[in-house]
Design a protein around this ligand. Structure first.
Ligand code: C2E
Ligand code: MG
Ligand code: MG
Ligand code: MG
Length: 278
C-alpha cells in the first residue's frame, strides 16, 4: 500500500513537471510571437521629489498586452530570462523608454528622467552598452536622463564582466540604481564598487513602516548610511501622505507609489505631466 502511494505521488510529481515544462515551452512560443507582433508596452510610474511633491521622472514597467489582457511582468519575465528572450525584450524596452522620454523633452518637460529595469541575463548575452548607446544616439537623449535599475543578485554573478559594462555606461553619464535594496545581500560595499548613484529602498520596508518601528529603524539606517556614501534614495511603495512625510523628514529625497500614481500608460503619464505644469 505504501509503495503504491509512493508510486502514485511520484507519477503525480512527474506529471506536474511535464506540465510545467510544456507550459513554459508554450509561453516561450507566445513570447516569440509577442516580440514579433509588438505586444509589449511600457507603463510609467512617476518618481516624485519629496521636497516639492513634483514628478521629476518615471520608471518604465513592462506590460504584455495579450489580446487586450494586460499581463504583469512577474508572470513572464522569469520565462523570458530562462529562455534568453529577455535580451530581445530588454533591448526593446531600452529603445522604447529612450524614445518616449525624448518625446517628453520635446513637449517641454526637458528635465524628466526615465528608469529602465535590467535583468542580469542582459549583461551575459548580447552587447548591453552598445544597445544603450545606440538608443540614446538614435533619440538624441542625453545619457544623464537614463537610469538603469539593477538588483544586488547581479553582483554575485560574473563580477568583473558586469563591472566593466556598468563602468563603460556610467562613464558616458548613464546613472545606475540598486533596486529592491534591503531584500538581498544589502552589502553597501557593492554600491561603492559598482558606480551606483541611487539606492531604491524596497517597498517591503516602506509600506507598513509607520505601524512597525523596527522597519522604520531599518529605513532610517539605510537612508543614513547611503546618504553618507553620497547615494540618492528613492523609497518604493509609498501609499499614503503620512509615509511620504515621514520619509521626507528622515532625509529621503524621492519616492514612488500608489499615493501619487500606479504605473500608467504613456499617454496618461504625459497628461499627468501636463496637468502638473498647468
Ligand atoms: P520593481 O522594479 O521593483 O517595480 C516596482 C513594482 O512595485 C511594480 O510592479 C509596481 O507596479 C509596484 N508598485 C509601485 N508602487 C506601488 C505601491 O505603492 N504599492 C504596491 N503594492 N506596489 C507598487 P510591476 O510593474 O508588476 O513590476 C514587477 C517587477 O517586474 C519590477 O519590480 C521589475 O523587477 C520587473 N520588471 C518590470 N519591467 C521590467 C522590464 O522591462 N525588464 C525587466 N528585466 N524587469 C522588469
Ligand atoms: Mg525597478
Ligand atoms: Mg523595486
Ligand atoms: Mg521589485
Amino acid at each position: 500500500k505504501a509503495k503504491e502511494t509512493e508510486l502514485n505521488s511520484y507519477q503525480f510529481y512527474e506529471r506536474q513537471m511535464e506540465e510545467s515544462t510544456s507550459q513554459r515551452l508554450a509561453m516561450v512560443k507566445e513570447l516569440k510571437h509577442a516580440i514579433e507582433h509588438n505586444e509589449f508596452e511600457l507603463y510609467y510610474q512617476p518618481k516624485v521629489e519629496l521636497a516639492s511633491n513634483l514628478f521629476v521622472g518615471a520608471e518604465a514597467l513592462i506590460r504584455w498586452n495579450k489580446n487586450g489582457a494586460i499581463i504583469p511582468p512577474n508572470t513572464f519575465i522569469p520565462v523570458a530570462e530562462h529562455s534568453g528572450l529577455i535580451v530581445e525584450i530588454g533591448k526593446w524596452a531600452i529603445e522604447t523608454a529612450c524614445a518616449e522620454c525624448a518625446k517628453w523633452h520635446q513637449l517641454g518637460f526637458a528635465r524628466m528622467t526615465v528608469a529602465v529595469n535590467l535583468s542580469p541575463v542582459q549583461f551575459k548575452r548580447g552587447n548591453l552598452p552598445n544597445h544603450v548607446f545606440r538608443a540614446l544616439q538614435k533619440h538624441q537623449l542625453d545619457a544623464s536622463m537614463l537610469e538603469l535599475e539593477i538588483t544586488e543578485s547581479l553582483f554575485i554573478e560574473d563580477a568583473v564582466h558586469v563591472k566593466q559594462q556598468i563602468h563603460t555606461m556610467a562613464q558616458k553619464g548613464v546613472n545606475f540604481a540598486i533596486d529592491d535594496f534591503g531584500t538581498g545581500y544589502s552589502n553597501l560595499n557593492y554600491l561603492a564598487n559598482f558606480n551606483a548613484s541611487t539606492l531604491k529602498i524596497d517597498m517591503s520596508f516602506v509600506r507598513n513602516m509607520l505601524s512597525n518601528p523596527q522597519q522604520q529603524h531599518i529605513v532610517n539606517a539605510i537612508i543614513k548610511m547611503s546618504s553618507a556614501m553620497g547615494l540618492v534614495n528613492v523609497a518604493e511603495g509609498i501609499e499614503d501622505a503620512e509615509t511620504a512625510a515621514e520619509l521626507k523628514t528622515q532625509g529621503c529625497a524621492y519616492g514612488q507609489g500608489y499615493f501619487w500614481a500606479p504605473p500608467l500608460p504613456c499617454a496618461e503619464f504625459l497628461s499627468r505631466l501636463q496637468q502638473q505644469s498647468a
